[in-house]
Design a protein around this ligand. Sequence first.
Ligand SMILES: NC(=O)c1ccc[n+]([C@@H]2O[C@H](COP(=O)([O-])OP(=O)(O)OC[C@H]3O[C@@H](n4cnc5c(N)ncnc54)[C@H](OP(=O)(O)O)[C@@H]3O)[C@@H](O)[C@H]2O)c1
Length: 352
Amino acid sequence: MHTTQVFAVNRQPTDCLEVRETDLEAPPAGHARVRVEAAGVSYGDVLFQRGVVPGGPKAPYTPGCDLVGVVESLGAGVTGLEVGQRVAALVVSGGYATAINLPAARLVPVPEGVDPIGVAAVSLNYFIAHQMLHRVAKVTSGQRILVHGASGGVGLAFLQLAEHIGGVTVFGTASAANLPLLRRHGAVAIDYRHEDFANIVRGTADEGSQLNATTAYHRNGTVDAAFDAVGGPHFWRSYSVLARGGRLVAYGQNDVLRDGRRNMAIGAVGFLGGLVLPKLRPDGRRTGFYNAWSLEKSQPHAYREDLAQVLNLLAADKIAPREISTLPLAQAPEALARAERGITGKLVLDCR
Ligand SMILES: NC(=O)c1ccc[n+]([C@@H]2O[C@H](COP(=O)([O-])OP(=O)(O)OC[C@H]3O[C@@H](n4cnc5c(N)ncnc54)[C@H](OP(=O)(O)O)[C@@H]3O)[C@@H](O)[C@H]2O)c1
């Protein structure tokens, strides 16, 4: 079958993607061929393409970690799926294409009537936020949590899903312009450029701080979980505000790529200083790195259950991605460049 596929061909900041016309073979046994309707674009795609994620795909590969589409044909032995059915999937690579063969077990049915662009906008972000909240940190009502980059795609997913738990105090960091958005979702909003989140969590912010009134009740305050994709020394700072029994969930290292430049030393500092060293201190606080594929071995049902849960929340209008913008698949290079500059809301490639 004739297919359009985007390939990441090198680790350079520009001229790194090629759009190629290829032939896709019939799906092998246990697989289904999906005609891709839409694929999410995220900052993680940039990190993969630059080669700064240990164990990430090697060029040439097709970027795109979440996709939605329609089952077009089935390989031998596939049950529980029908041709014409709309499905979503999270993948390590392959989303930026018009068609893909995938193991049938990765395909999760999309509820009737849900717009595929909306599905691509929520799948990865809300899936990982859901897993980190419920399966990793096991956040419950009455707890306090810290969400960095709370205005971003994953950050906003944390805020919306924490609202569903109810009774969770959320400290969220973002740029000044995005603080009203955080407050609309009930978070204590912290300007990471001008305020020290640790002081605010501990309730020791300066007298002049606009947040003092909110935090005065929390002298010596801590959090039960901190979610951090900034990385480097930032992991240690997040760890420093954990309560006994609290957990740092690291899930990205944005600071490894600053102003287009790779700095792998920052990544090493993050892993060693923020994740490994704290494990050697018997202080009851835990650290760990999460990625979307972390739980597949230890909890084999989690992938399908959690993606289905996110899609059901979308179908019921209980979660709402912010400001979705779209580009056609052929403009994948522009999409990746935008992801690197910083996207407000969520960018989706329309592959139809
Ligand atoms: N582990 C996994 O499986 C997995 C999967 C998907 C994504 N990720 C990671 O998740 C992270 C977030 O992805 P995303 O798509 O949500 O990115 P995004 O939409 O670009 O959001 C990131 C946000 O971080 C904020 N930010 C930047 N520097 C910050 C700092 N020093 N302190 C606090 N906030 C800061 C920015 O907020 P302002 O605009 O308000 O400044 C930005 O909105 C990325 O690192 C990505 O690699 C991990």
